[in-house]
Write a protein of this length. Structure first.
Length: 102
C-alpha cells in the first residue's frame, strides 16, 4: 500500500458450491476449514424442474457447514380451485450455494 492515499480494501471471501439432494431432499455444503468464524450469509438456488413446484430452505447453518432442504409439490384441483399439494422430499435436485462472511 502506497502513501499517496491509494487504498484497496481486501476482497470479501466468497465460497461457491454445488450439490445434489439425497433421498431426504437434503444437501450439506461443507465449507473449508477456517473459511468463516461465524455462520456465513448463504444464498441458494435450485435448478429448474420439469414438473412441480420446488421450495428450498436452509435448515442448518454453522461456520463449518450449511444444510439445505428441498421439497417438491404439484398442483391439485379441489372443487375447481387449484391449490398446492403437500410437499415431499425432492431427491436428485441440484442446489447451488454462495456463502460470504457476515
Amino acid at each position: 500500500m502506497g502513501t499517496r492515499g491509494d487504498y484497496t480494501p481486501p476482497a470479501t471471501r466468497l465460497e461457491r458450491q454445488t450439490g445434489v439432494t439425497d433421498a431426504n431432499g437434503r444437501v450439506t455444503f461443507t465449507w473449508p476449514v477456517g473459511a468463516f468464524t461465524a455462520p456465513p450469509v448463504v444464498t441458494h438456488a435450485v435448478e429448474a424442474a420439469a414438473a412441480g413446484v420446488r421450495t428450498a430452505r436452509i435448515i442448518s447453518n454453522t461456520a463449518a457447514a450449511t444444510t439445505v432442504e428441498v421439497l417438491v409439490t404439484t398442483g391439485v384441483t379441489v372443487l375447481g380451485i387449484s391449490v398446492l399439494g403437500p410437499g415431499v422430499a425432492a431427491q436428485g435436485v441440484t442446489v447451488h450455494a454462495h456463502a460470504a462472511p457476515q
